[in-house]
Design a protein around this ligand. Structure first.
Ligand code: FAD
Ligand code: SF4
Ligand code: SF4
Length: 473
């Protein structure tokens, strides 16, 4: 057996052909075989100073788990990863590795970095396929904790507390747990069986899941304390969509990306008899250039759109989406209309046979060409309109994907819960402790839209802080 593989590029990931996958919702990437994983693991130089570990927000011991793969000890590799990450099958798929662990890999200096994410996914999938153990209930310690929101932050916090004996109840507004992992990220990027399995494992640990409960409406945070919970963790995410505030945004056929993806992922809107119908053909324009925009555009392709545009106001270089997602979107036939900004959505009211920006259906979008000007505060060149460049794009559906913020409901119904100007709950760094006694928070509800791994990391920190608080109270 070779001890080192000096191949400059990553071991390729087997992938569904673009022409086939654009007609189905099955996972696009198929995962490494054992041979692929071994081949890729041998590219790792086992660096003593472990630069890659510093790039991972939860400091997975990367060279150590890769060393176990080299020895074909895949369960040993899983054990090492799961000491730092509670959702390795998810993170191996959706972490932006190119800006995190892989960005620091020394093999990236003269070629491609080690495919850390693909190896992590391989190990987690191997474990899930070969292990039936789902954890046993630990001895109860007599303390009760409430978690608001069943996304990665809430589920991680719940799992860590349940493992040390807390009686944990998770309150979730939707009818299904998982947060964005269930309602946002489509099946073709993250199969829902993986999320469901994680939720089952938590339930086996004794975590109670109460779905269809909106904290701030069905129950208030203060009422949770009255019910006997001694601490509350808020992991309610950042699900409030932003709109451009241009004329015509309330027309039939304009969606936020969250609504569009939720209808498809969670409510099966693509089915013939669906009670939450969604577009099933025609031309779709998705406004925005992030991962969410790519997910919406690629979902529209699979729902049967004849043509899908990404409309983004900066150039390709500034696209915030992961490179891999942009490449996959292009392969699936999505057209990128760059340096372009919408100014109005145009509608048509069939009843009155006239254009009506309030009541009709979408028939087009007025757009303006943009050029890049001086850099803004974040160093990104600011898009400026090009005079006289307006044109009309014929579209039937518009999906706005220009960002989200935390929903103000919990803040507005909870006394003494300080938030910042963007609606994020203010917390103490390293613990997630809020200004309200016994209340902790983490994930997108604190940071605004971020990543799965950062939400998970925040859930872990808060669990440790809640444990400390309740043991010493
Ligand atoms: P969420 O996942 O948003 O979960 C919050 C949960 O709280 C939800 O289930 C919500 O219903 C519930 N909730 C909200 N309010 C209440 C209430 N009042 N009462 C009870 N429950 C409530 N990140 C990546 O790392 N990689 C990616 O590829 C990626 N792709 C993405 C694609 C899409 C379409 C979206 C929308 C996001 C993506 N992200 C990605 C971001 C990532 O998913 C989020 O950063 C992460 O899910 C945040 O986790 P969270 O637990 O803080 O919140
Ligand atoms: Fe990389 Fe994410 Fe795994 Fe950390 S959790 S090692 S960032 S893939
Ligand atoms: Fe392996 Fe790259 Fe980490 Fe070095 S930096 S230990 S080569 S993964």
């Amino acid at each position: 057996m070779k001890n080192i593989n000096m191949q400059a590029t990553k071991t390729p990931m087997p992938t569904q052909d673009a022409e086939i996958r654009r007609r189905n919702f099955d996972e696009v990437t198929l995962g490494y075989t054992e041979d692929d994983a071994l081949n890729e693991s041998l590219r790792c130089l086992s660096c003593k100073n472990t630069p890659c570990v510093a790039g991972c927000p939860v400091n997975v011991r990367i060279p150590e788990f890769i060393a176990r793969i080299k020895e074909l000890d895949f369960e040993g590799a899983y054990k090492i990863i799961s000491e730092s990450s509670s959702l390795p099958a998810v993170c191996g798929r959706v972490c932006p590795q190119e800006t995190q662990c892989e960005a620091r890999c020394v093999r990236g200096i003269k070629g491609e970095p080690v495919a850390i994410g693909r190896l992590e996914r391989f190990v987690a999938d191997y474990h899930n396929a070969h292990s039936s153990a789902s954890g046993s209930k630990p001895e109860p310690n007599g303390h009760r904790v409430a978690i608001v929101g069943a996304g990665p932050a809430g589920l991680t916090c719940a799992g860590d507390l349940a493992r040390v004996g807390y009686e944990v109840t998770v309150f979730e507004a939707l009818h299904k747990a998982g947060g964005v992992l269930s309602y946002g990220i489509p099946e073709f990027r993250l199969p829902k069986r993986i999320v469901d399995k994680e939720v089952e494992n938590l339930e086996a640990l004794g975590v109670k899941l109460m779905t269809n409960v909106i904290i701030g409406k069905t129950l208030l945070v203060d009422e949770l304390f009255d019910m006997g919970f001694e601490a509350v963790f808020i992991g309610s995410g950042a699900g409030l969509p932003a709109f451009m505030n241009i004329p015509g945004e309330s027309l039939k056929g304009v969606y936020s990306a969250n609504e569009f993806l939720t209808r498809s992922n969670l409510m099966g809107a693509f089915r013939e008899n669906s009670e939450t119908p969604i577009m099933k053909g025609g031309t779709v324009a998705v406004v925005g250039g992030g991962n969410v925009a790519m997910d919406a555009a690629r979902t529209a392709v699979r729902l049967g759109a004849d043509k899908v545009y990404i409309v983004y106001r900066r150039s390709e270089e500034e696209l915030p989406a992961r490179r891999e997602e942009v490449e996959h979107a292009k392969e699936e036939g999505i057209e990128f209309m760059l340096l372009t900004n919408p100014t109005e959505v145009l509608g048509y009211n069939n009843e009155n046979d006239r254009r009506d920006p309030k009541n009709g259906s979408v028939i087009g979008m007025r757009c303006q060409r943009m050029a890049l000007g001086e850099p803004d505060a974040r160093g990104r060149r600011r898009p400026v309109p090009v005079e006289g460049s307006e044109f009309t794009l014929d579209v039937d559906t518009v999906v706005m994907s220009i960002g989200t913020t935390p929903n103000p409901l919990i803040k507005s119904t909870t006394a003494d819960l300080p938030t910042n100007e963007r609606g994020g709950i203010i917390v103490e760094e390293g613990t997630g402790k809020t200004g309200k006694c016994g209340v902790y928070a983490g994930g997108d509800a604190v940071t605004g839209a971020a990543t799965v791994i950062s939400a998970m990391g925040a859930g872990k920190l808060a669990a440790a802080a809640i444990d400390e608080y309740l043991r010493t109270k």
